[in-house]
Ligand binder design. Structure first.
Ligand SMILES: [Mn+2]
Length: 354
């Protein structure tokens, strides 16, 4: 297991590489270029400069989160081939700096959703809150505006204003999109890129849908054990794998997260794990708690044990944390609570390994 922390890049993150390098047991960062629109080729010079900067801090960079998928690929439009070619060109450039895993998602139009980005808990810490009734009462435009109003001026990944400018039109294009056709579009994408991934030794790791049920009438498929199985069967190469996000899969209380991890880790299909805890307020309403099992509704010990006992050798990062000790910054991505999460997960791992 290799412990990492997400870092959003120069000028995109208050948390510095130096701070990350000082967290015990964190060897690397997971990063991206938020300003490059989906569908464009990532320039090799920028990739190399980023690698140089990360290495100078004594950290590795072997995971990219995310290289986003152009909407035309998800929609299965004729223009998708051009964007898939660009995706392959980006993979080729990322191979040059030794990238091993790409985290991505195949969520239509909208990425993750929350009703509050800085919900204050009784102890004064602030965290993200999801309330399904509230989300369902909003239009996608309302939600985008709510995100922008709350985000403390940071551009939220997946909610880039540029990408969402024509959100209503893009959502319309999904009219009549069936699950079968959507799965077919996933398969088309995978079958074209996976041979290159094998050649470049870069594993694809799809992130589950967050929350794991449809919002705004759009299909969302990476939501439970059976659908993950269908997805992995679309292309049986081990290079077609998962980012197992405990908070996304765990948001549906029917999902048995440790069992899902055990099954797919044993098959070598989990390449990257996002570990966070949630506390349910009701069935479809929760906030993101501190990582400890005792702080939330998920059994983080059982989750880490499921990875450990099934031979997981990939990357882990603590997922969202709360804002504590007066810290401000990018919602979910402060330094302190995530550092505590990394230390906690490292502690469980060490105990399991001894
Ligand atoms: Mn996640």
């Amino acid at each position: 297991m290799k412990m990492t922390l997400r870092w959003f890049g120069e000028n995109q993150d208050k948390v510095t590489l130096r701070q990350i390098a000082q967290i015990p047991g964190v060897d690397g960062v997971v990063t991206s270029f938020l300003d490059i629109p989906a569908g464009e080729v990532w320039p090799l010079e920028r990739i190399k400069a980023m690698k140089g900067q990360v290495s100078a801090s004594g950290l590795n960079v072997e995971v990219i989160e995310s290289v986003n998928i152009h909407e035309d690929i998800k929609l299965g439009l004729p223009s998708r081939d051009k964007y898939i070619d660009n995706y392959i060109a980006t993979l080729k450039n990322l191979r040059e700096i030794g990238i091993k895993v790409i985290c991505y998602n195949f969520m239509p139009v909208l990425d993750w959703a929350r009703s509050k980005l800085f919900y204050e808990l009784p102890d004064g810490s602030k965290t993200m809150f999801y309330d399904d009734a509230e989300i369902m009462s909003l239009t996608p435009e309302d939600l985008l505006k709510a995100f922008q109003d709350q985000s403390d001026k940071y551009e939220m990944p997946g909610w880039e204003p540029e990408r969402l400018k024509s959100m209503a039109e893009t959502i319309k294009k999904y009219d009549g999109m069936t699950e079968e056709r959507f799965m077919g579009n996933m398969k088309y994408f995978l079958d074209r890129i996976i041979p290159y991934c094998e050649e470049y030794d870069i594993k694809m790791a799809i992130h589950p849908d967050d929350p794991p049920w449809p919002i705004f009438g759009l299909p969302r498929l990476i939501v439970n054990r059976d659908n993950i199985r269908r997805f992995l069967d679309l292309n049986s190469s081990p290079y077609n794998g998962l980012t197992l996000c405990t908070g996304s899969i765990g948001a549906n209380r029917v999902n048995d997260v440790p069992a899902i991890i055990s099954e797919f880790a044993a098959e070598g299909r989990i390449h990257f794990a996002h570990i966070r805890n949630l506390r349910f307020v009701s069935d479809r309403s929760f906030y993101e708690s501190a990582h400890l099992t005792s702080c939330g509704s998920l059994d983080i010990y059982a989750i880490v044990k499921a990875l450990h006992d099934n031979g997981f050798t990939g990357y882990i990062r603590p997922d969202h944390g709360r804002m504590i000790w007066g810290e401000t910054g990018r919602a979910g991505y402060g330094l302190y609570d995530r550092a505590l999460g990394a230390a906690y997960i490292n502690g469980i791992w060490e105990a399991l390994s001894r």
